[in-house]
Design a protein around this ligand. Structure first.
Ligand SMILES: CC(C)(COP(=O)(O)OP(=O)(O)OC[C@H]1O[C@@H](n2cnc3c(N)ncnc32)[C@H](O)[C@@H]1OP(=O)(O)O)[C@@H](O)C(=O)NCCC(=O)NCCS
Length: 298
């Protein structure tokens, strides 16, 4: 493998530059087929982003890797954590060591800022194992639904294309509580808002009595209720959520450890293509099955 960088220009932190941001968006469409442009109407990219990239002479971004702050709770302890994302190299520039260079630079910056844990999702875990990342198996939690006394619905379905509803969700995200003490994000404004656009089939309901927004879905028969996330300063129980949304399913699936929901389910390993990886200080790893809410995925 050669380290040929002739004609390439290294840049850092170009998200504030409209041309740089547009170039990265184009790279992500080219490599992943994902358009993050909706972020432009949702408050822009995460303000904590640290990005490193190689640009060509025509200002095209040919290789990028980014980190951003994603504070977590792990086993009840607040953890200063960073998330790595948008690792991408244009096909014609692969095999020259560009990504290896960017991984080293981004990790050096994370270490210099004292992050205690770094996480990422990938379908190529072997890329990151040499840098101390290990796979943390993800689990969903399934079980019988709690008994819901006479349903008394009290909710409003939000429209995430409506600026007022987006603003309402932003406000709740500012002061959200962790959905789990085992593993959860404490702050994830941009990932949540972008996922409202990227993740299909999820309903966002405001529960006024609980000052909570619940992200949920159900099967066609209404017999299986899936809880994706809860944004609230104080977590309602699963029973309160079902009551407020007026659902009486037979079974429930929760897509994060349900230790704050007054309900227990059996941990079932996820079998998707993406692996969740963690690099953390010794002893800093969730004690039991867990996963981040899909609304926190990045
Ligand atoms: C994966 C990708 C980022 C690699 O970029 P690259 O610039 O060609 O990688 P490099 O030349 O810097 O190689 C870095 C290391 O990754 C390894 N590698 C490269 N492509 C790989 C692949 N597809 N699978 C596994 N390992 C790979 C190289 O062997 C090299 O290992 P080494 O450091 O031990 O020598 C690039 O192929 C790409 O954009 N793929 C599509 C998007 C993607 O998969 N992103 C990363 C996953 S989150």
């Amino acid at each position: 493998m050669t380290d040929d960088r002739a004609g390439l220009i290294f840049r850092e932190d170009y998200f504030g530059d409209p041309a740089g941001w547009a170039a990265v968006k184009a790279l992500l469409v080219d490599v992943f087929g994902v358009d993050v442009s909706p972020l432009d109407r949702l408050g822009g990219p995460d303000q904590t982003l640290m990005s490193s990239a190689w640009f060509d002479e025509s200002a095209r971004c040919v290789a990028n890797f980014s980190a951003f702050s994603m504070p977590l709770v792990i086993d009840g302890r607040p953890v200063k954590a960073a998330a790595l994302q948008s690792g991408a190299v244009l096909p014609q520039y692969r095999g020259r060591g560009l990504f290896r260079d960017l991984v080293r630079r981004v990790l050096q910056r994370c270490d210099a800022q004292g992050f205690e844990a770094i996480l990422l999702y990938t379908d190529k875990p072997q890329l990151y194992e040499p840098y101390g990342f290990g796979i943390l198996p993800e689990h969903r939690f399934a079980g019988g639904a709690p008994a819901v006394s006479a349903a008394s619905p009290s909710f409003r379905t939000l429209d995430m294309n409506d600026a007022d509803d987006v603003s309402l969700v932003r406000g709740l995200l500012e002061s959200r509580a962790a959905v789990s003490q085992r593993l959860a994000v404490i702050r994830n404004m941009q990932t949540f808002l972008l996922n409202t656009v990227l993740v299909q089939g999820v309903t966002f309901s405001l529960l006024p009595q609980h000052s909570a927004v619940v992200a949920w879905s159900e099967n066609a028969e209404g017999t299986v209720f899936t809880l994706h996330d809860v944004v609230a300063a104080s977590m309602p129980s699963l029973c309160e959520i079902l009551q407020a949304i007026g659902r009486q399913p037979e079974r429930v699936e929760v897509l994060f450890a349900p230790d704050q929901l007054g309900w227990q389910g059996e941990g079932i390993p996820e079998d998707g293509d993406l692996r969740f990886m963690l690099r953390s200080q010794p002893g800093l790893s969730p004690n039991g099955p867990c996963r981040l809410s899909p609304m926190a995925e990045f």
